[in-house]
Every structure is written in C-alpha cells, then in structure tokens.
Write a protein that binds this ligand. Structure first.
Ligand code: NAP
Length: 282
C-alpha cells in the first residue's frame, strides 16, 4: 500500500474508507460495521467520518468497528462550520470522541468554511492538539484562495492536509490547488473518488474508455478510477463501501498499475482542466 506524508510529518496510507451515508439506518448498522472491519482486515485502517454523517450515527458505527483494535485505525473526523468557534470545536470534539469511543482523533478537519473566523478555528485546533485530543488538524473544501488565507494565519502552516472532491470527472484542482499543495508538501485527500452514490457514479463506471482500460487489466472500472487517483503523488483516496465485494475491490485497486497508454486514454475521455475552475463540491 502506498503511503503519503502529511505536512506534520505523519505518514498515512494512500487508500482509506469513507463513511458518508453510514449510521443512518439501524437495519444497516451491522453490515456497515462489518464492511469497515473487513476493510481494516485488508489494511484499510484509515477511516474518514464526520459529526455531520448521520448526525453522529456514522461516528458511532466507526466506534463499534474499531472497538478493541484502535491501534490499527487512523480516524479522520470533521467539525461542522457552525461549531467551529473556540468553545464549539472543543465541545464538538468531545462529542465525537464519545461516539467514536476513543481518546483521540488522528486528524480533525474543518468540514467547510463558514462564518467563524478561520483564525479562531485554527486556535481551537491547536489547543486540542496540545491536549492530545487530536493528533493533527486540517481543512476540507478549501479552494486556492482559502488555502492562501489560512497559510498566512498563525497556525496555518500546521494544516496537515485539505480534503476535496477529486476524481476522473472532477479534475479542476489539477489546475492550481493540487500543484500548489504538492509544493507545500501537503497531501490532498480525494473524496467521492467514485463520483458518490447514484447516477453520477453509474455514468462514470459505465464510461467506455474506463471500461476498456479495466478490461485490459482484468479489473473493474471502479478499480481503475481509484488506481488513477492512487498513482498521483500526495493524493489519498477514501471510497465509501458498505458492500463487502466493493471493499475487496477497492483494496485491490491499490495493486492496479496503469500504463502511460491507459493514462492517455483516460485523459481523452476525462480531460484535465484547460483553465482555472471553481472548486467542485458535489
Ligand atoms: P464514493 O466513495 O465516490 O462512492 C460511494 C458509492 O460507490 C457507494 O454507493 C458505494 O456502494 C459505491 N462503491 C464503492 N466501491 C465500489 C466499487 N468498487 N464498485 C462499484 N461501486 C462502489 O462516494 P462518497 O461516499 O461521496 O465519498 C467517499 C467518502 O468521502 C465519503 O463516504 C466521506 O467519508 C467523504 N466525503 C467527504 C466530503 C466532504 O465534504 N469533506 C463530501 C463527500 C464525501 P456501497 O456503499 O453499496 O458499497
């Protein structure tokens, strides 16, 4: 499994598991816990969650999945922007820790920018890190302008990474944010690497060029979409899978080695940005 070094120096796996839409339906809970545990068995110990997902339900699912094996997990969680003031961050983090049934969050992110001044959120993150409640902090859905603003603030250079929408269809960050992040030694964590659940994912996975590359490798289109992300320097992908077959598929994507020929075909079908684009969020 490839690894990526965060700006803090901590090393994390390049492939993890997402949890959006988990923890919403008690009838699916055991299957979701089982899927995350299967992923951990296969080496996908990095698990991304948020207080928002299932309004805490996803964190509870993660808490159950990591019970008794905390050391194998790397937990990423996120604070709502409306909880991102000094007191709010502390309280939200405590609630997340309780739901996760752990004493620390490995990486704590601001989910997206809201009305609270960034400097206040960064102060709160640094205080939590000092207390050992979080080990690293970062941001999500920050565009180039947000990053430059954050970098200039006290604590801004402590931002370990930025989690943004990035996949074969949504390549806008390749214009500026991705090269800039690389220059800073800051990884990008790619969310919705398969274009999320629903029609957009179905359209991506049915794309003839993607299907043709998958056939050449004897793998699935989803594995090619993930392998395309995983071959890029400083990129972490966090596909969400509740179906055990998908979990196995995703883990095996880390072993798919795309050729220059594959990459050319994919570039033709999913062109890189030709100009600056606003940061995609869905
Ligand atoms: P995604 O990972 O792109 O796609 C998830 C969907 O793809 C699910 O329906 C899943 O089905 C299916 N799937 C998974 N593996 C598959 C495979 N090998 N073959 C075919 N289908 C497969 O979408 P996402 O959940 O939007 O993004 C991933 C994670 O990123 C989230 O779960 C969340 O942790 C994070 N995220 C963060 C933000 C943010 O604002 N920071 C926003 C969105 C997402 P099953 O579940 O049935 O297996």
């Amino acid at each position: 499994m490839n690894t990526v070094t965060m700006r803090s120096g901590s090393v994390i796996p390049a492939l993890g598991q997402g949890t959006w839409n988990m923890g919403e339906d008690p009838a699916r809970r055991q299957a979701e816990i089982g899927a995350l545990q299967l992923g951990m068995d296969l080496g996908l110990g990095l698990i991304d969650t948020a207080e928002m997902y299932g309004e805490g339900g996803a964190e509870e699912v993660v808490g159950a999945a990591i019970a008794g094996r905390r050391e194998q997990a790397f937990i990423v969680s996120k604070v709502y922007p409306h909880n991102a003031d000094r007191r709010g961050v502390k309280a939200a983090c405590e609630r997340s820790l309780q739901r996760l049934k752990t004493d620390r969050i490995d990486l704590y992110l601001l989910h997206w920018r809201g009305a609270v001044p960034l400097s206040e959120t960064l102060d709160a993150f640094q205080a939590l890190r000092k207390e050992g409640k979080i080990l690293d902090f970062g941001v999500s859905n920050f565009d180039m302008g947000d990053m430059l603003e954050a970098e200039a603030l006290p604590g801004g250079r402590g931002i370990a990474l930025n989690q943004v929408l990035f996949n074969l269809v949504k390549r806008g960050i390749e214009w500026d944010l991705l090269p800039w992040s690389r220059k800073q030694g800051m990884p990008v964590m790619a969310y919705s690497p398969l274009e999320s659940a629903g029609r957009e994912r179905d359209r991506l996975l049915a794309n003839p060029a993607l299907v043709a590359v998958a056939q050449r490798h004897g793998c699935t289109p989803a594995q090619v979409a993930l392998a395309w992300l995983l071959r890029q320097e400083g990129v972490v992908a966090i596909p969400k899978a509740a179906d055990p077959a998908h979990v196995r598929d995703n883990r095996a994507a880390a072993e798919v080695a795309l050729t220059a020929f594959d990459l050319e075909d994919l570039d033709r079908a999913f062109p890189p940005p030709a100009k600056r684009q606003p940061l995609a969020m869905r």
